[in-house]
Design a protein around this ligand. Structure first.
Ligand SMILES: [Zn+2]
Ligand SMILES: [Zn+2]
Length: 135
């Protein structure tokens, strides 16, 4: 069966960073509650796993920040050099880019998300049903 892709556009709040991305019809979305992600963006974050070369973006407009994640993985966060909006995260261990889901102009195809590191760390006001937890 041939895979269908959906083409979407997105960008940051100041308009400096704009991109086109091709996503699966039902993209793999993770909502991470870990402390690192929380500290990086100040809240819960949702990211979309990207296929190789799925995003068309001018990386020269992005600034980067590198850190070692909880599991020892090197993680590089790419953000708008002007407004500091988070755009991409690269996880060296998986050799994959993840797009911060909120950067898409149209979020209607994001129908499912797995919550990760929920047990370890989450805002007490959040309730999530078992079926939305990973695995
Ligand atoms: Zn995280
Ligand atoms: Zn910006």
């Amino acid at each position: 069966m041939e895979k269908k892709f959906v083409h979407k556009k997105g960008g940051c709040i100041c308009g400096t960073v704009k991109f086109k991305v091709s996503l699966d019809e039902l993209p793999r979305v993770f909502s991470c509650h870990c402390e690192d992600c929380r500290k990086k963006i100040g809240g819960i974050m949702s990211i979309i796993e990207l296929r190789e070369n799925a995003i068309d973006i001018d990386k020269s407009l992005l600034s980067t920040f590198e850190h070692i994640g909880g599991s020892g993985n090197k993680i590089t966060k790419y953000f708008c050099g002007k407004c500091a909006a988070p755009v991409l995260t690269f996880v060296e261990r998986w050799n994959k880019f993840y797009l911060y889901a909120g950067l898409l102009d149209d979020i209607s195809i994001l129908k499912k998300s797995k919550n990760i590191y929920f047990e370890e760390s989450h805002f007490p006001f959040m309730e999530i049903s078992e079926k939305n937890l990973k695995p």
